[in-house]
Write a new protein. Structure first.
Length: 246
């Protein structure tokens, strides 16, 4: 199966889909119908209904979107995993994707011809925030986070975290890549960027980083290997209609 240009996704564009995962059981069941037996088994390992339903809705939504872009049966689209666990399309296509979910939301990023990663985290109190920042982030990042007032510290921590996780997910390294092996800007606003990757400022210039405003209680970011592209966010206003295809 070879697809030269997925429908609706053009060169040098990035599409982000934001989808609520807290939906009625009927919508969860509709999503589960899109999953392979292996994916159903993986969902069952979550045990608790909340995380299990979130995975089912996120993966079912991914398959529906891939079906839309590739004009194919969602269940028939072959997915594979890299050696370090990143899901990828197991067919000859130019499209790359990444998925994240946290709390009651999932987000899916898609682009042509470049590696891409997305991360979403609910902003929440962390009793050991200072220790985590000092242990895992670059010293400059942790120092800046801890310089903020207590009120701003949580949002700056998760802003830094999602910017870094988006890159790690884009390169497919997962937990194998130390968070302090590259540095990102911490400030809010239009300042999302890489300072260096592996100590190399030139390498950082090959990547673009965007913050995403997907929900008031969440931090989110997308990273991709290219200069700045046109980015569009598609919020799903009616998740039940989207998920069930009705």
């Amino acid at each position: 199966m070879q697809i030269d240009r997925p429908q609706g996704l053009w060169e040098r564009t990035v599409h982000i889909w934001a989808i609520q995962t807290k939906v009625p059981s009927a919508a969860v069941a509709q999503c589960e119908e899109c999953l392979t037996p292996e994916e159903v088994t993986r969902a069952a390992r979550f045990g608790l209904d909340g995380p299990r339903h979130s995975f089912i809705v996120a993966r079912g939504s991914l398959r529906r979107l891939l079906g839309k872009y590739l004009a194919a049966d969602p269940l028939g689209i072959p997915l594979a995993y890299t050696p370090k666990g990143k899901p990828v399309l197991a067919l000859d296509t130019r499209m790359n994707f990444n998925v994240t979910h946290s709390s009651d939301m999932a987000a899916i990023a898609l682009a042509l011809d470049c590696r891409i990663g997305i991360d979403l985290e609910e902003i929440r109190p962390l009793p050991d925030l200072e220790d985590i920042a000092k242990r895992f982030f670059c010293s400059e990042e942790s120092a800046e986070i801890l310089s903020y007032s207590a009120r701003e510290r949580e949002s700056s921590f998760f802003r830094c975290w999602t910017r870094k996780e988006a890159y790690i997910k884009a390169v497919g390294e997962g937990l194998h890549m130390p968070l302090d092996s590259f540095r990102v800007a911490v400030k809010s606003g239009d300042c999302a960027k890489f300072i260096h990757i592996g100590g190399d400022a030139k390498a950082a210039e090959a990547w673009t980083l965007h913050d995403l405003n997907l929900a008031s209680n969440c931090a989110a970011a997308v990273a991709y290997e290219d200069r700045v592209r046109s980015l569009t966010v598609f919020p799903v206003d009616d998740p039940v209609e989207f998920l069930t295809g009705s």
